[in-house]
Design a protein around this ligand. Structure first.
Ligand code: SF4
Length: 342
């Protein structure tokens, strides 16, 4: 192993090569509570192979806007692990250093939009909250570890393509699901077999913040229908974004959430669970680790969505049309029933 193999790269060019053999810091698991990282963690423990799959620390980066069902699920998995694998470390939560409000109401510090209020993360750009609440805390937690384990399934392995061979060599992130050839469906089946499926997948393809601007219409519909408190809070952040941004841009660029609510009340049920955008930017932890994204990529300072002329522009109309084409109209009487949440 070369010295270069012993390096992790962190933000601002900081290189940490502080792993010390015998330190007990062999493996840290980035755990999200999603099906992939949950299946990966349990299988690593089941294999009981501390050389290849050491589990010395398990961390969950908390955006503080997760569904309560996810927090409950994480507590449940934590208890289940203690019962079945008592040596497994407890799941730790890590957080952003600055608050959501600090960023939301903060001023953009550079670029063409310097001095303007930031507002909500944008739909078409990497999310600043993902950077602050996930990437940075997880980077910090990984310091000193030999391996960081990330749950990306083999059918999503295109997400770990490396952009820069040199950078790739300096990073030591492991993807056990890819090593085992496990697909997302395999992860789901594995958890179901253990009786550990996460019921949130009954409503969503991807789990993220309940007011994530990248979620597809179907996902918004689920929030509106089953989580009225979270919908109310999403309405609040949409209205706040429109208020503080001088181009009046809210969470979506085709309609306000208040308008969306009217459509839902009038019987609009989006059918397609996938969207052009989704919370995959939260996988930015792995994108970043593999060199596919730099932290600078999360700077949306010059984003077109911030342009004063964006609303009503040709590009805005084309993109809004693309988004609405994903959704099909289902008469209310044909609406599928969903799991009723307690
Ligand atoms: S779920 Fe959405 S809003 Fe939350 S951190 Fe991820 S991209 Fe940002």
């Amino acid at each position: 192993m070369t010295d270069e193999d012993n390096c992790f790269e962190f933000e601002d060019g900081l290189v940490a090569n502080d792993y010390e053999p015998g330190s007990g810091l062999d493996g840290i698991v980035c755990f999200s509570g999603g099906k992939d990282s949950t299946a990966m963690l349990i299988r690593m423990l089941e294999l009981d192979d501390p050389v290849n799959y050491p589990v010395n620390r398990v961390v969950f980066a908390d955006t503080t806007f997760e569904f309560q069902e996810l927090y409950d699920y994480i507590d449940f998995i934590d208890g289940w692990l203690q019962e079945h694998y008592p040596k497994c470390p407890r799941i730790e939560k890590v957080f952003s250093e600055k608050s959501w409000e600090d960023w939301f109401y903060g001023e953009i510090t550079r670029g063409e939009n310097k001095g303007r209020i930031r507002g909500h993360p944008l739909k078409r750009y990497p999310c600043w909250w993902s950077r602050e609440a996930k990437i940075k805390p997880l980077q910090k937690a990984q310091q000193g570890f030999k391996w960081a384990y990330v749950g990306i399934a083999v059918d999503e392995s295109h997400r770990v393509q490396k952009r820069d061979a040199k950078r790739k060599e300096s990073l030591r992130v492991r993807y056990p699901l890819i090593e085992w050839n496990w697909t997302e469906a395999d992860c789901m089946a594995y958890l179901d077999h253990l009786g550990l499926g996460n019921l949130l997948y009954s409503s969503f393809n991807r789990i993220g913040c309940y007011h994530c601007p990248k979620q597809p219409l179907h996902s918004w519909y689920e929030v509106w229908k089953h989580w009225p408190e979270f919908w109310k809070e999403s309405l609040h952040w949409d209205a706040e974004s429109i208020r503080v941004r001088d181009n009046g841009q809210g969470l979506r660029d085709d309609m306000t959430l208040a308008e969306m609510e009217e459509r839902f009340k009038n019987g609009f049920v989006p059918e397609n669970r996938d969207g052009l955008y989704d919370c995959k930017s939260c996988s930015a932890v792995s994108f970043h680790s593999t060199g596919d994204l730099d932290l600078e990529d999360f700077d949306d300072d010059n984003a077109i969505e911030r342009d004063v002329g964006y609303q009503g522009s040709r590009i805005h109309q084309d993109q809004a049309k693309q988004d609405s084409d994903e959704a099909t109209w289902i008469p209310p009487s044909h609406e599928t029933t969903n799991v009723e949440w307690l």
